[in-house]
Write a protein that binds this ligand. Structure first.
Ligand code: ZN
Length: 161
């Protein structure tokens, strides 16, 4: 049964409210994660607690319990000259930055107009209600190494990284 410190393998399919598929993992290549370690979004992790191998479940996760609400303060305009001179700035480029102190966000370059660069630090799935359809394929206790690292090492615990 899925509980804290269990390593879970599951197949899933993720859609937004419009029914567009946002991601999936098949039975042959399942998603493997460590329960209770924050490896997956909180709303999904909570809903999986107590499930067992073979269980299938449809789970709806609000933005707040998913990738967060859209934060307009993370949509900002910066000047081209704030980037290193040799940086190849183009839409879609991503980089990590810390604005205003608390913690780092991954920013994506959205647009460039003359000397202005428009960047967005929201997760691409922020603000979205997530619709997961999951099937539990495997549940096992975590190895000592996995608990030390705070993440799963693949379905059989032997993955090197
Ligand atoms: Zn590790």
């Amino acid at each position: 049964m899925i509980k804290k410190d269990a390593v879970v393998s599951m197949s899933y399919n993720l859609k937004n409210s419009a029914g567009e598929e946002l991601g999936r993992a098949d039975n042959e290549k399942p998603l493997t994660y460590l329960q209770g370690a924050g490896q997956i979004v909180p709303g999904l992790e909570n809903a999986l607690e107590g499930l067992a191998v073979g269980d299938k479940k449809d789970i709806t996760v609000t933005a707040k319990e998913g990738y967060g609400e859209l934060n307009s303060e993370l949509k900002i305009k910066v000047e081209r000259k704030q980037f290193p001179p040799d940086a190849d700035i183009k839409p879609g480029m991503q980089f990590r930055a810390n604005i205003g102190g608390d913690h780092e966000h991954t920013f994506t370059v959205m647009d460039i107009k003359d000397e202005d660069v428009f960047i967005d630090g929201n997760h691409p799935l922020a603000g979205q209600t997530l619709h997961f359809s999951v099937e539990i394929i495997g549940v096992r206790p975590a190895t000592e190494e996995e608990l030390t690292h705070g993440h799963a090492h693949g379905p059989d615990g032997s993955h090197h990284h």
